[in-house]
Design a protein around this ligand. Structure first.
Ligand SMILES: CSCC[C@H](NC=O)C(=O)O
Ligand SMILES: [Zn+2]
Ligand SMILES: [Zn+2]
Length: 417
């Protein structure tokens, strides 16, 4: 039966997955054309925005107008790009969107996050077919470069006049799968920092023992950071916090040595050494304390160390508050969202902080309440992994969930006290 249906929610999902938008050279033209064509069939308003002079990083913005255009709107966000895939390590090619007999659809982006892009649109298709009309405007943004930090995507969009004109009251962005049967929801991300520590020291013969070599200076630094890492991890291991609630510090590269031929001069102690770290800061931590720790303990000048700290996005909103969206009755959007999940027959897990990072931080910076949500239950967490897949039944159930969520969020009118 399925084989005879060439234009279904599943086939549209598969066709979207077949567009290779993996870094380092994501094709942004093809997905924008593909989604534009769908938007035309749904009679949505269509805009393509550019925030780079070369116009190579389009942002597609769709609008379903509301009957009360002056009310704050709902924004549904997803990113166009994906991380690279090592094809030869996959059971099915990562841009084939191959569907197995048991319904698993394999593709890079199946979970992260092309599912939600098509689910938003399919939910709108169903709602329109049922003559549902939103009170608030509903906007959909399909953005470039999330996987590389979003600086030419959401960061510029969130700061733009076009964005201000949307008068966004609430945003939904991507979340993460759950192997269990509850829907996960995320009220904050951790902020990513890159730290590069550089050591200098006296060079010398490989046989000599002396103080203050570059390697020794760097390794002391690595030791101190490793101890901090272990202490944070112990808190998690003791069950006192989730992984996403502590600071993570992970070394990602080490660089030193005097090149010689195909290898290194083994009897020369080098005069320079360098290490790179991925650091993630939860919203509960004062970032200033981490900056201080880096300067005083991890890379002190006194040990001949210098460092470069690249903070990839904000840690506080424009009022100086942590980037976290309230998930209690103080946030009317939360209550409506929660109720809509229940109406769709779903169970909601306890709201979490996301261990990684999404575009949501730039919206929270603007003070816009934003939840991370990808309706994937009974699904292994495969984002950025080999053999990323999503089951057809899970994908279709997600459309139903969004029908409930989009209709509820776009039609509630806040009762002011
Ligand atoms: C430097 S921002 C990188 C954003 C990226 N997002 C998804 O994986 C992440 O590493 O969490
Ligand atoms: Zn993602
Ligand atoms: Zn990702």
């Amino acid at each position: 039966e399925q084989q005879h249906q060439h234009d279904t929610p599943i086939s549209r999902f598969q066709n979207y997955l077949r567009i290779n938008t993996a870094h380092p050279n994501p094709n942004y033209t093809a997905p924008v054309s593909f989604l534009t064509a769908i938007a035309q069939t749904l009679n949505l308003q269509i805009q393509t925005l550019h925030f780079t002079p070369s116009k190579s990083k389009p942002l597609l913005l769709l609008t379903w107008p509301g009957s009360h255009p002056s009310l704050p709107s709902l924004l549904l966000n997803s990113h166009l790009d994906s991380v690279p895939a090592e094809s030869h390590k996959w059971a099915h090619p990562p841009f084939s969107a191959h569907r197995t007999a048991d319904g698993r659809i394999f593709a890079r982006g199946a979970q992260d996050d092309k599912c939600i892009a098509i689910q938003y649109l399919e939910a709108i298709r169903t709602l329109k077919a049922a003559d549902f009309a939103p009170i608030r405007p509903v906007h959909l943004s399909f953005v470039p470069d999330e996987e590389i930090g979003g600086l030419d995507g959401v960061a510029k969009f969130a700061a733009s006049e076009e964005f201000r004109d949307l008068n966004v009251g609430f945003m939904l962005d991507e979340g993460q799968a759950n192997p269990g049967d509850e829907f996960r929801v995320f009220y904050a991300d951790r902020t990513p920092w890159n730290l590069i520590v550089k050591a200098k020291g006296a060079p010398g013969h490989g046989s000599r023992l002396y103080d203050n070599g570059a390697m020794e200076n760097l390794m002391k630094s690595v030791e101190v950071m490793t101890r901090f890492r272990a202490a944070q991890f112990d808190v998690v291991k003791a069950g006192k916090a989730a992984l996403s609630e502590v600071i993570s510090v992970n070394p990602v590269y080490l660089k030193s040595g005097i090149a010689s031929g195909d290898g290194f001069a083994m009897n020369v102690q080098p005069s320079e050494a360098e290490a790179g770290f991925d650091i993630r800061i939860p919203p509960t931590v004062d970032p200033e304390l981490v900056r201080k720790r880096i300067a005083e303990e991890w890379a002190p000048e006194a040990r001949n160390l210098t460092y470069q700290l690249i903070e990839k996005g904000p840690t506080r909103d424009f009022r100086g508050r942590p980037l976290a969206t309230p998930t209690d009755d103080s946030n009317p959007w939360w209550s409506v969202f929660k109720q809509a999940i229940a109406s769709a027959g779903g169970k909601l897990a306890k709201p979490e902080i996301l261990a990684s990072t999404t575009d949501a931080r730039f919206m929270r910076q603007q003070g816009i309440p934003t939840l991370g949500f990808s309706p994937m239950t009974n699904t292994p967490i495969l984002l950025h992994d080999h053999n990323e897949f999503l089951k057809d039944t899970v994908f279709l159930k997600g459309i139903k969930v969004y029908e409930s969520v989009i209709s509820a969020l776009s039609s509630f009118v806040e009762i002011s006290e």
